[in-house]
Design a protein around this ligand. Structure first.
Ligand code: 1SD
Ligand code: ZN
Length: 258
């Protein structure tokens, strides 16, 4: 595992280009700093719709994949609207990136401000047959990004943060006998967002993502954030600061729905 990519000095974001040259040669890498003054209002950006056929009896399967904490989605969930128009994207999983302190952790920054964590809901374009087929296509994925700040406890995220005991070790998986509707993790106002064409933020860094980053952050309590920080990563370190810093904008236009 020591030769694998990660977030240490030796295998972190500044070294990824050695095995994944697109880290440097790419033209639409993510994350970016979102400059709200440079973003262009686009009145064609309608509301996005995420419809999940949530059942209260569905279990939640969580995975410590060595780099972040991921929740595989078993329900059918479809994302449309906004920059996606009537193309349909299917919800595959959500995961988080976070810091060692509340002052850092997010991948996207907004006018230079970094948040304590960032939630990603990953969807794939149903014009392809599977997530695996879509992952490297230029119109393959759509990821919703939610900024997390330290504040009051989020009762929906407690289903995850109260049940991390079986997920401390890297490459562990656990099924929690509680249900979670992923749409409950979105901010109250999903009509205000920025959108741009980017990439996966982790190797293989495919340039396949339509990013949709909400303006309104969501709050997690300090102890909910600390629960994430107690996980162990694939290098055997505390899983913390598992974010990639902002990448060159390369002339891309960020559009705003508001
Ligand atoms: O970091 C995730 C990674 O865990 C995996 O989910 C990958 C493919 O879906 O996506 C990246 S990210 O670009 O959504 N951060
Ligand atoms: Zn991510």
């Amino acid at each position: 595992a020591s030769t694998e990519w990660g977030y240490t000095e030796e295998n972190g974001p500044y070294t990824w280009y050695k095995h994944f040259p697109i880290a440097r040669s790419g033209i639409r890498q993510s994350p970016i700093n979102i400059d709200s003054f440079e973003a262009e209002y686009d009145d064609a950006l309608t509301d996005i719709h995420l419809e999940v056929s949530y059942q209260a009896e569905d279990d939640v399967t969580l995975k410590n994949n060595g780099h972040n904490l991921q929740c595989q989605i078993t329900q059918l969930g479809y994302l449309t609207g906004g920059p996606l128009g009537n193309q349909q994207f299917r919800l595959e999983q959500f995961h988080l990136h976070w810091g060692s302190h509340d002052t850092r952790g997010s991948e996207h920054t907004i006018d230079g401000e970094q948040f304590a964590a960032e939630l990603h809901l990953v969807h794939w374009n149903t014009k392809y047959d599977s997530f695996a087929e879509a992952v490297d296509k230029s119109d393959g994925l759509a990821v919703l990004g939610v900024m997390i700040k330290s504040g009051i406890e989020n009762p929906f995220f407690s289903v995850v943060s109260d049940n991390l005991g079986g997920l401390i070790q890297a490459h562990s998986e656990d099924t929690i006998p509680s249900s979670l509707d992923p749409t409950d993790l979105l901010p109250g106002d999903i009509s205000a967002y920025w959108t741009y064409e980017g990439s996966l933020t982790t190797p293989p860094l495919f340039e396949s993502v339509q990013w949709i980053v909400f303006k309104e952050p969501v709050e997690f309590s300090h102890s909910q954030l600390d629960a994430l920080r107690s996980l162990i990563d694939s290098d055997g370190n505390a899983m913390q600061d598992n974010f990639r810093p902002p990448q060159p904008i390369n002339g891309r236009q960020v559009r705003a729905s508001f």
